[in-house]
Ligand binder design. Sequence first.
Ligand code: ADP
Length: 593
Amino acid sequence: MDRLVGAAYLPLSKTGVDALDTILLLQEIKERARAEESLRETFTLVQRAKQEWEATADSVPELICLIDDRGRILRTNRTVESWHLGRVVASKGIDFHKLIHSDCSDAGCYLDGFLDRARVEASAGIPTELEAYDTILGRHLLVRVQPVLEPKRVGPGTTVVVIQDVSERKRAEEALRRHAERLKAMNAIEAAIVAARSPEEVAQAALSRIRQLVPFHHARVTLYDPPTDEFLVLAADANGCTHLRPGRSLPGFAFRGCDGRSPEEYHLIADLVALDDRTPAEQQLVEAGMRSFLSIPLVAEEEFIGSFSLASAQFGAFDAEHVRIVREVADLLSIAICQAQLYRRLEQANRELQRALRTKDEILQNVSHELRTPLFLIQGYIELFKEGPLGPLTQDQAQALDILEAQGERLFFMVKQLLDMKALDGRALQKVWVTLEPMLKKILEAWKTVAARKGMRVSLEITPGLPGLLLDTDLFKQVLQNLLDNAVKFSPNGGAIAVRAWQDEGEVRLAVTDQGIGIQADQLTRVFERFYQVNGGLSRPYGGMGIGLALCQAIVQAHGGRIWAESRGEGEGSTFHVALPVCQRDDAEGRIL
Ligand code: ADP
């Protein structure tokens, strides 16, 4: 008998054949055992995978359900138990909607309707989701429905529903939204309060805007007046309740209770009706149908200045959040009311100051006007004395007359400054075309004599061909005379004064430089203020009234020009600059272009 042994056919005896059969049988048994072993291993692996999947599905906080084409549960995870909807094992076969809403009899239930729509979408391979607050579960849910990846394995129409509880996130979002709204409203209140000018406007601004944040039926802001022990109603929102009309004063006792309750203290009353000892003001609120009441004192610089109170027809209408908001607004109110009061006082002081300044100006003008006539007379008689018709003078008398004449001129100069200042206020300029050079030369000629009295030299440097200017010559001469007068007055004997004129782009520039006492940097702009003198006061070493430069500035500005001072400091001399705009003239027509 031939047997295939290994790769060759061998001739075998019967014993040999039996032995071989036994070997083959043994081999077959072994192979079967091996196959069974591998089947067992595969089974164990499948079991483990199943357990792992279940452990994973059970460890997530979402509710996961596998539902069949008729909406019945095929499988669910342990979340069904932690949400107290039923037991995992008992859920199999239950209608999904019944599992979530066991007692729901609402034919239009949002979840049921959504699930129907979502299953249709899922059958087309489209996942759907819905976010809604579930009143039955008391949770905010995010429901996602999606088709299974291999429906052949679990049956056609099978879908997976995953429900996530997003209540926590929603609460945080809601808190954030409320916080943002509050901030916005508080900013609006702050802006309105800051923009308000009077204490009444401030209070009204707070009342009209706080309604967005705190519900109330009555509200009032009162200001306390300690000497009279009265409360003045600054603003009220009280549904036409007349005793709270703004502008009314209420006696202090109307707000004080027997148990020491007073507007100086914060108090929150959940139920006014339950109070045994109501203040007259609280009694009025009860009669107006109010139940709860909140009063916050207004305090500025540690002093009680008034109170801010709200009332509501609802019992316990004000919670901790409302109290916090009202306190914040009360703080803002306190500061703003104080500022508004200060502003009002400042305005009043300013008005009084303006009135006093006007009176002072009028007196100065009147006095100057009255001084002018006797001064003319004095000057006239001095001239008569000097010219001789009143008889010959001794040398001493002639010298005394010179001094009188110089002082008379000075007095006349000052009176003229004052009158010019007034005249400039409402006067229209009388402008004519002027060539600067001859005008400057003429004025400087006269000032050379004045300067010579102090041993001073005056020089003039003019760029030839300067354009003509449109000037009110009388006024403009005043500018030059004031600058030269100061240059002489604030210089020691024997110094030099330089006057320069040149063109700089669209302007004609003029500068008067002296070698005098100089001006400190912080005084360079102040010297142009009316009546300002660097060394002012009774002991001032130099004469004058402090209006020369103010007058110069007014005249230069009326001509559309600029004036400013430069100095390197005390003892370093000063330069006063004037810049006047160059106007073009159409000579043929005499018009300004
Ligand atoms: P007044 O000369 O009558 O005091 P001004 O208005 O002309 O008034 O000048 C105001 C002040 O500016 C002077 O009191 C003086 O302190 C300062 N000032 C003006 N011109 C000069 C100058 N050339 N040098 C130094 N200080 C000056």
